[in-house]
Design a protein around this ligand. Structure first.
Ligand code: MLT
Length: 266
């Protein structure tokens, strides 16, 4: 696994890459970075050329945009593909990564091979969610991110992980703690601004795989079903013993789902 970077406008974009074969782009959740894809970079590199960007300014990418809109993030992903001269790619996004993948699909559909939407949804933020994000921003500005991250760790992971895998809980907390307060604020603002993308889902011509952890309470099964019901060619896979971070909480199951989906009828 190698870390590389490239320059796009004023942004330095850092990314992890490994493997060879068809391209698989992995787009991380909030407030994580490319390191959350370690279980995929380690195990799927025999099958695919994997690239996992740090969406600015998470991880090692910088500087922080005032508002990290999902459209801006989709443009980062497209710039990365252009930089690597990749004409078509399988795109996999988890949660916020899913919102970014849908924005990418809207603007760059000709570059999409297959789409994997994990633990995410197609709706915009309703008023309660927008207010909650503003509350988080106020709290960060007043007292920093500490208490909030603790809350995120707890709501993100499923009961099985929290009860039986304390190592994993610590790893997840460590990755979250890398996020700078200004980055978290910028992404909270960007997610609050995003539109619903069911209209994009309706028009997708390529195969789509929708994944959800069976104990995902942030984007539950009903959200995944809404995506499947709006998409012409979609399958649904439920990941057992997993909360919102299905790629980390049950990596073997998650990896097999991705491998089968991308390689079948290829
Ligand atoms: C994520 O995991 O990326 C977040 O839960 C997305 C969100 O806050 O909407």
């Amino acid at each position: 696994m190698q870390r590389k970077e490239f320059q796009w406008n004023e942004y330095t974009i850092s990314y992890l890459e490994d493997g060879s074969g068809d391209t698989l782009v992995l787009i991380h959740a909030f407030p994580f970075n490319a390191l959350m894809w370690k279980p995929q970079l380690e195990k799927l590199a025999n099958n695919f050329y994997i690239i996992a960007p740090d969406i600015p300014s998470f991880g090692s990418s910088f500087p922080t945009p005032n508002i990290l809109t999902m459209d801006l993030a989709a443009n980062f992903v497209n710039a990365l593909l252009d930089h690597l001269d990749i004409k078509k790619a399988n795109i996999c996004g988890l949660s916020m990564g899913g919102y970014i993948s849908l924005a990418f699909t809207e603007f760059f559909s000709e570059k999409l091979e297959k789409l994997i939407l994990a633990d995410t949804h197609g709706a915009e933020d309703f008023i309660e969610k927008k207010l909650q994000r503003q509350k988080f921003i106020n709290e960060i500005e007043k007292v920093g991110t500490g208490k909030l991250l603790e809350q995120f760790v707890s709501s993100t992971l499923g009961p099985s992980t929290k009860a039986h895998n304390l190592d994993l809980v610590c790893q997840v907390r460590k990755i979250m703690e890398m996020a700078k307060p200004e980055t978290i604020i910028s992404a909270l603002r960007g997610m609050a601004e995003r539109p619903a993308r069911f209209n994009v889902l309706k028009k997708i011509k390529r195969p789509v795989c929708v994944i959800v952890g069976e104990d995902d309470f942030i984007t539950p099964l009903s959200d995944a079903e809404d995506i499947v019901n709006s998409t012409p060619n979609a399958i649904l896979k439920v990941i057992p013993n997993s909360g919102h971070l299905s790629n980390i909480e049950n990596p073997n199951f998650f990896n097999n789902v991705i491998k089968d989906f991308i390689l079948e009828n290829n």
